[in-house]
Design a protein around this ligand. Sequence first.
Ligand code: PGA
Length: 260
Amino acid sequence: MMRKPFIAANWKMNKLVEESVEYGETLVEKLKAEKVDLKKVDVAVCVPFIHMAALKVIFVLRNINVGAQNMHYEESGAYTGEISPAMLKDMGIECVIIGHSERRMYFGETDEACARKVSAAHASGIRPILCVGESLAQREAEAHFSTVKTQLTGCFAGVGREEAAKTVIAYEPVWAIGTGMVATPQSAQDAAKAIRDDLSATFGSHVGEAVRILYGGSVSSKNAVELIGEPDVDGFLIGGAALHVDELTRICQLTIEATL
Ligand code: PGA
């Protein structure tokens, strides 16, 4: 099956308003100048909430999606400081990162909360990008597959077949995030294949084959080609490198060329 590559930038907690506007405008220009065909790759820029409105305006009529990095699972109510799926939908936000390891680590996000968020995102018509991945200690104990399997089972609790197929999974080994220690193409492939097999077993092979699985963790234009060459790696979730328009543009270009 041909799965359309998906490239998501994760800005994390970076950039001020002026910088985000400059980034947005430069990205539009650069993708055009470099003739990056956005029909061949889905591109999403996942930003802090305060930058969304401006980027939606800059990307209007362009095929560049704006994504969130988190959201609450309730529609509204007494949840001080939170943002709801309805609010994101109202702004035209297309996707949301759920269960990033930094949220699991620093904000106590559990698989159970992720499952509620995945369902809530689908109910609002927002595509979840669900992050899974093992820590260094889990990898050293050879518990990486079982860790990811447990996360998948927990985060897909109550999620139907149709929703599962539309979910994007980002395999992000924690030891590779922001460290420069990128996974080898083979280990990214092995994890992506294990995830696909697991989804096929749970939801049927139709779902397993349809789901796009991204790799994340120190991705750059230097390692993207090798990684995207793997049959079960369908794109990237990119942190540090994607803070730079040139890098993001280059990775989009390389991905299209490699998947033609
Ligand atoms: P990195 O981050 O590309 O800077 O390693 C990836 C992520 O955390 O999503």
